[in-house]
Design a protein. Structure first.
Length: 327
């Protein structure tokens, strides 16, 4: 059965059927008529013909830093929810924490004529070396704010400032920081700057003792041990991620420090481990599922509405401070 035959049975034009199949705008009467015929006939669109007509397959690639992460699974879930409803298949690419692979994945997605890409694993090097500028398929970046590209990102600065304010309200004055690398602007720069802003407003002006950590518990633990060695009188710890925070809790316990009696700890992410750690971490929850939904929506607009190539949009999401026993 052809698209034209479906149109004749539904009493509409072939272009109306095309809009129905591609998620375009239709009156409710036309939509219901076409939907009824398609369900009764069991019509399946010719995907090969669609690919030839549009120049791309209905697949979207999502590039993530690693698979075993709650934030990654939440973002992918949100994006898949929107993309699947629009008839797009999701293809996942994991970097294994090797950022240089972003360009390779985007090249591969373009060579296979994918409709677009969502990149969760972006860093400033991808902007400097032209990886995103060279990408010829629609692209949305999550978790980072790059003004020349469509992005969905979080208020990392504001959340870090609010978390630090909790440390200050608990009477902590000798605060230290476990940070991510500066190549990750959101985690390695914006969150640290939010901590500094809160300290500055409180009149605490000395340099913030900071150790850079990888995004895992063992690295966070090692960073905490180093800070304890260099600053044995510390009484507050800001951790750029929950994994670093859980590592910090282990190191403090090994050093005989009580949390929160001797040292208060805050972190970022609100992952599942916060429900079982002892004490449970006070943390900032980021809306990763909504981030995925918004990123997919922006991408579909670029793909299906054929927006001006140079047009970019940015969406900043809020956060929720979750207070628990570590402060």
């Amino acid at each position: 059965m052809t698209l034209r035959e479906i149109a004749e049975l539904a009493g509409v034009s072939p272009s109306a059927v095309s809009r129905y199949l591609n998620g375009g705008s239709l009156s409710s009467a036309k939509y219901e008529a076409i939907d009824k015929v398609i369900k009764e006939t069991g019509y399946v669109p010719n995907q090969v013909a669609h690919n030839l007509r549009t120049g791309h397959v209905k697949q979207v690639g999502i590039v993530v830093p690693k698979i075993h992460s709650q934030s990654v699974s939440q973002l992918v879930e949100g994006a898949h929810e929107v993309l699947s409803q629009a008839g797009y298949m999701t293809v996942l690419g994991s970097l294994g924490n090797e950022p240089s692979s972003v360009s390779q994945y985007l090249d591969w997605m373009q060579s296979y004529h994918m409709a677009g890409a969502i990149v969760m694993a972006a860093n400033d090097a991808d902007v400097r070396n032209g990886t995103f500028a060279r990408c010829e398929i629609p692209l949305v970046i999550t978790g980072q704010h790059f003004k020349d590209f469509s992005c969905v990102y979080h208020d990392d600065w504001g959340a870090a400032k609010d978390l630090t304010q909790l440390l200050l309200e608990a009477g902590r004055k000798k605060i230290v920081c476990i940070s991510g690398p500066k190549t990750d602007p959101a985690i390695g720069t914006n969150r640290v700057e939010g901590v500094k802003a809160a300290l500055w407003e409180a009149g605490i002006t000395p340099a913030l003792p900071t150790v850079v950590s990888s995004f895992d518990m063992e690295s966070g633990k090692a960073a905490m041990h180093r800070l304890l060695k260099d600053h044995p009188d510390l009484d507050g710890v800001f951790c750029a991620t929950d994994s670093m925070g859980h590592g910090a809790l282990l190191a403090l316990k090994e050093a005989g420090k009580r949390v929160p009696e001797d040292v208060s700890v805050v972190a970022f992410g609100n992952d599942w481990a916060n429900e079982v750690s002892e004490p449970r971490l006070t943390t900032a929850e980021l809306y990763q599922t909504q981030c995925g939904r918004d990123a997919a929506t922006l991408l579909l607009e670029a793909i299906e509405q054929e927006k001006e190539p140079g047009l970019s949009r940015q969406i900043m999401l809020g956060y929720k401070i979750v207070k628990r026993g570590s402060v």
